[in-house]
Write a protein that binds this ligand. Structure first.
Ligand code: A2R
Length: 310
């Protein structure tokens, strides 16, 4: 049977399926990971996720590696230039997670604007008995700027419209068949919107794209939402601006150094936090895992990959 190195635990049934088709080696359980790689020089297949990824160093230790199947749509933790240079194929799990991530986007926006998390705590602490909860804001009539009108961004846009919001967007290119206003300049868009939702891939081209200038443009009545990668936002600057009130609020599913979240963010009332839950529903995680397996089997059986990245 072909060797398959798996970098982290997958759903149990998926592990069973992988074990039926491959000799699975659990990288995350190995006490000596170098030794595991060195002992399997003929390995052609590797399964990983968007967090662990696959460095050029790991690829170098597997001279026969042909394919990396990634659980997740973001492949910024995989050294794509190194994979390309070696002719290693890389697959990810796009589209099947669009709805789940888009639902969470709207959920976080509602939670922040209607203060749902804080209001829940208000009742649990018995505060309602002493007085009503302060008035909040609604999404209706507000403008949301989507940074990255891709597969997920479009699903967020549709849901925002259902909430009677105006939708505009920024990306590298204007989309020919989309009905929303395009901003070539992110700062100009940030000035004009109430909500800025980031849903772009991680990596060098988007790192720090939402900096102090963009957050200043968004302003004290604006709110920032991030569902892509923590590296998109200058987190230290965001914390300062949230503290000073220069930025109104933030709803964050991703962070610079997950699972570490700055203590200051954890105590702010104008912030809603979730632990990278975008795609984390039972249905979606199954669909993603299924794609990981089907891509591996496609390569093993010499048929076209289902969702290739390179
Ligand atoms: O290339 P464009 O114009 O289609 O814009 C893409 C946009 N994007 C950027 N926008 C501004 N500056 C950049 N440097 C930049 N790089 C990419 O992000 C596109 O509209 C969007 C990404 O869309 P998709 O490739 O369809 O990705 P998907 O499936 O929506 O996932 C987005 C990210 C993942 O990479 C994960 O990090 C996370 O959401 O789950």
């Amino acid at each position: 049977m072909d060797d398959l190195i798996v970098t982290g635990p997958m759903l149990l049934n998926v592990m069973d399926e992988l074990e039926q088709n491959f000799a699975v080696h659990k990288y995350w359980e190995a006490t000596d990971r170098q030794k595991l790689l060195a002992s399997r020089p003929d390995t052609r297949f590797l399964a990983t996720d968007g967090h662990v990824g696959c460095s050029a160093r790991i690829m170098d230790q597997l001279p026969k590696l042909e394919m990396i199947s990634c659980f997740g749509v973001g492949v910024d933790a995989i050294d794509l230039p190194a994979a390309k240079a070696r002719g290693i194929r890389v697959t990810n799990t796009p589209d099947v997670l669009n709805d789940a991530v888009a639902e969470l986007a709207l959920g976080l926006m509602l939670a922040l604007s209607r203060r749902i998390v804080d209001a829940d705590t208000y009742i649990r602490r018995g505060n309602w008995l002493t007085g009503g909860y302060p008035l909040t804001q609604e999404l209706t009539g507000k403008t949301v700027g989507i940074l990255g009108l891709g597969r997920i961004g479009k699903e967020i846009a549709r849901r925002a419209q259902a909430f009677k919001m105006q939708v505009v967007y920024h990306g590298r290119n204007e989309k020919e068949f989309e009905p929303y206003v395009y901003y070539e300049n992110l700062e100009e868009m940030a000035k004009d919107v109430d909500w800025l939702v980031g849903v772009v891939p991680g990596g060098a081209s988007t790192a720090g794209l939402v900096d102090g200038k963009i957050m200043k443009a968004l302003g004290p009545n604006g709110a920032l939402v991030n569902l892509g990668r923590g590296s998109l936002i200058d987190e230290a600057v965001m914390v300062e601006m949230l503290k000073s009130g220069e930025l109104g609020g933030a709803a964050l599913d991703v962070f610079e150094d997950e699972p570490k979240v700055p203590e200051e963010l954890r105590v702010m009332s104008n912030v809603v936090l979730s632990p990278h839950l975008g795609s984390a529903t039972v249905k979606t995680r199954w669909a993603m895992a299924d794609l990981v397996v089907r891509n591996l089997l496609a390569h093993k059986n010499g048929v076209p990959l289902i969702t290739p990245v390179v």
